[in-house]
Design a protein around this ligand. Sequence first.
Ligand code: PMT
Length: 396
Amino acid sequence: MKGKRILLGITGGIAAYKIAFLIRILKKKGAEVKCIMTPASCDFISPLTLATLSENPVSIDFWNRQNGEWVNHVDLGMWPDVFVIAPCTASTLAKMANGFCDNLLTATYLSAKSPVVIAPAMDLDMYAHFSTQKNLDLLAANGNRIIPAEEGELASGLIGQGRMAEPENIAAYLEQLFEKQTDFAGKKVLLTAGPTYEKIDPVRFIGNHSSGKMGYRIAESFLQRGASVVLISGPTQEKLTHTRLELISVESAEEMLKAVQQHWPASDIGIFAAAVADYRPKQVAGQKIKKKEEELTITLVKNPDILSWAGQNKTDQQLLVGFALETNDAIAHAQDKLKRKNLDLIVVNTLEDEGAGFKNDTNRIQLLDKHNKITSFELKSKALVAEDLVNYLKHV
Ligand code: PMT
């Protein structure tokens, strides 16, 4: 926790008073703390209390009423290692889930670059309401981390689930989150992502629908946890920069193979999420093929299987993970690929599942290991799918 920058977003619920205790715990552990308060939260705890405890000015409005200065929500969003919204009311949850931006806190949320942790707090019926649960699911599916409300006595006098997680529990959650940020330090990860383009002539190619999102989210997840990553990427709109990232852009399967051959021997973990074209045109026309005949035949030849090459050249110290994109009998096909390509693990996704596979921001995966053990996950954002995969690999 020492030296970590924690931005606290406080909204208008009775649990706001507990944020004073949270700040004390975080400061004792050596964190740097800044607070953004919604105007409603100032009725529950004074900005002066939070400014004094955090040893930083508290931001409430888009501009500072004393000196007329603009408060830059973009800078605030870029500042922290984690943005914690606690307590988070039903109203702020709904705004966050729907992109509303009517106060400094919600504007900063939309600009935030760090992980976001939400600790909801409200009365039990509000918490159980389908709207609140739907908003929580949507926020979680899009990469936000939720610390569920705890059971107990509520401000209304009722008893049930709705209390904000206790400050000690929020602090423990954050400590775990930060620990994870270094648990792959020193590890070298080789990743393939995106499609390959196999040239037909100077203007046409054979490609597929891969957007690169899945592979890039895995790269981000490993980078967040301290690993060095070599990302060999086919053509994609995705962008990623990081001091521990080497991004190698390729077009064809043959170029991807060359890059993999260069980097696999020095890697600890290989994850092959690319959708590689299995065939390429036997001949690439030097000039644009003209539209003449009614039919055109292009002879295709087999591309190298890049993952199989890595499997054949794997040491006992290396961990090799393939992907299987299936349309039917997913597990049986994946089992075959796992064996044939000498993998330690295969990530199965199938186009039978709505929201899974190509292009979507979500995916649903099953992990199949060498002992035929299957671990299944729900449909969730590719960022969270990547996190599940990285968590799993930590314990392999
Ligand atoms: O990029 P997105 O839009 O986010 O979509 C993600 C994804 C659907 C592309 C991804 O989740 C995925 O499933 N990637 C693998 C797609 C695929 O080509 O599967 P496959 O079953 O045909 O191949 C099996 C494995 O062998 C894969 O790890 C693949 O990278 C590898 N392979 C395949 C052929 C080949 N010539 N060389 C390979 O390395």
